[in-house]
Design a protein around this ligand. Structure first.
Ligand SMILES: Cc1cc2nc3c(=O)[nH]c(=O)nc-3n(C[C@H](O)[C@H](O)[C@H](O)COP(=O)(O)OP(=O)(O)OC[C@H]3O[C@@H](n4cnc5c(N)ncnc54)[C@H](O)[C@@H]3O)c2cc1C
Length: 379
């Protein structure tokens, strides 16, 4: 029987990065990804410092640059009327389509010779006395995979959460995210080297170019405050934010009508169990940071690094499972709890007309604050 030390569920940034770290530490790992790549996914597609550092760590940065990501050097926040605030980013950042980026990372995993089951979906996880069994399925047949440990890197929501009886699964967040790729030629005005945020009541939108003459338009809305349909959400933003309207003129609805939409409903930004039934959660499976921070991919990669260090420590210090779990939870909180809290608080301010106007006026008077706020959501 082939048995792996560790099976990783999910081949997004968290899963692929964990596979690379664990492989380098000498663990026998496999990764299971349910979709064929390249595949698109909901994301603002803004990559910041932690991502670049991780790529450099694996000598992948040169290869990444060959994918022609779009460099991003400044942050702009557009008020409802005709003004905006701007700051230079103090760290390297890029825009790139997630379809291209995630494929690039997973290819790096395959090139190492790490076993990747794809497209295979993990359907069941059962824990025996000696080892754990995963049932995986590719739509035509099922098979079993055996391992000692499991890392769940399957993203923000999944049928497995219900099966594992995770405590947030019945929570209603009313937060809905949507992404489009819009051709740059369709913009009236576009600052290609900026990440631009536009807000109106109950909604905010991030815009940045991602190379290949495409720009990502990605927004988060509170369904209790705006409408459900992506077109209606865009209308809310066009009516509520004059700067956003200027980007496309009156054409925006016709522009988005035929574009593929990538979306997710009911995005839960609260606390989740970090370990359950001996399964270690990383990336979005462990917690989702408010998208405003543009930091989820960086955090996914950092949590992958953390779990690898923890498993290495378990081996060298001969920690038992309970000690290892406690140690992971403690270190995870040290790394992420504060920035998740800050990002969520800022998001709440931005999505509320009244608080946003007050916040905007304060930053107009003290522009240095903007830089501090951006740094506070980073690792
Ligand atoms: C509106 C919005 C905008 C965002 N914008 C940004 C941004 O600009 N920059 C940024 O850094 N972050 C952003 N994020 C966050 C970012 O998208 C996530 O943090 C990141 O994708 C997390 O990576 P992950 O690997 O944990 O999960 P994912 O990227 O979701 O990957 C999970 C993988 O697991 C696979 N999978 C799922 N279930 C199974 C299964 N049962 N078996 C096998 N495989 C499975 C999926 O197919 C998928 O490939 C945004 C989030 C939202 C909601």
């Amino acid at each position: 029987m082939d048995k792996y030390d560790i099976a990783i569920v999910g081949g997004g940034p968290a899963g692929s990065t964990a596979a690379l770290y664990l492989y380098n530490l000498g663990f026998n790992v496999c990764l299971i990804e349910k979709k064929k790549f390249p595949r698109e996914t909901l994301c603002g597609e803004f990559l910041s410092r932690e991502v670049i550092d991780t790529l450099k760590n694996f000598n992948l940065f040169e290869g990444f640059l060959k994918l022609n990501p779009n460099p991003i050097t400044k942050f702009k926040f557009y008020n409802d009327n005709n003004s905006f605030i701007e700051t230079k980013l103090k760290f390297p950042a890029y825009g790139i389509k997630r379809g291209i980026f995630d494929n690039f990372l997973l290819d790096a995993v395959k090139e190492k010779g790490i076993t990747v089951f794809q497209p295979f979906e993990v359907k069941e996880i059962t824990r025996g006395k000696e080892f754990i069994t995963l049932i995986v399925d590719n739509g035509q047949s099922s098979q079993e995979i055996f391992c000692d440990k499991i890392i769940a890197a399957y993203g923000k929501q999944n049928i497995l959460d219900k099966k594992l009886n995770r405590d947030f699964t019945n929570h209603k967040s009313f937060l809905n995210g949507v992404k489009f790729h819009v051709d740059e030629s369709l913009f009236n005005v576009l600052d290609k080297n900026a990440i631009q945020i536009f807000a109106a009541n109950g909604i905010y939108c991030g815009i940045n170019s991602v190379g290949g003459n495409k720009t990502t338009v990605c927004f988060l809305e509170n369904r209790q405050m705006t409408q459900n349909n992506p077109k209606d959400q865009i209308k809310t933003l066009t009516e509520g934010n004059k700067n956003f309207k200027k980007l496309f003129g009156e054409n925006i609805i016709s522009i988005i009508t035929d574009l593929p939409i990538y979306g997710t409903g009911n995005i839960f930004l609260g606390k989740r169990e970090l370990v359950k039934n001996g399964i270690y959660f990383i990336g979005d499976s462990s917690a989702v940071i408010a998208p405003l921070a543009g930091d989820g991919i960086g955090m996914a990669m950092q949590s992958a690094k953390l779990i690898s260090k923890i498993f290495e420590k378990q081996k060298t210090d001969e920690l038992d499972d309970r000690q290892t779990e406690q140690y992971y939870i403690q270190e995870w909180k040290k790394l992420f709890k504060r920035r998740i809290f800050i990002a969520k608080s800022i998001q709440n301010i931005i999505m509320n007309n009244y608080y946003r106007k007050i916040g905007y006026s304060i930053i107009k008077i003290f522009p240095g604050l903007l830089e501090n706020i951006i740094s506070a959501t980073r690792g």
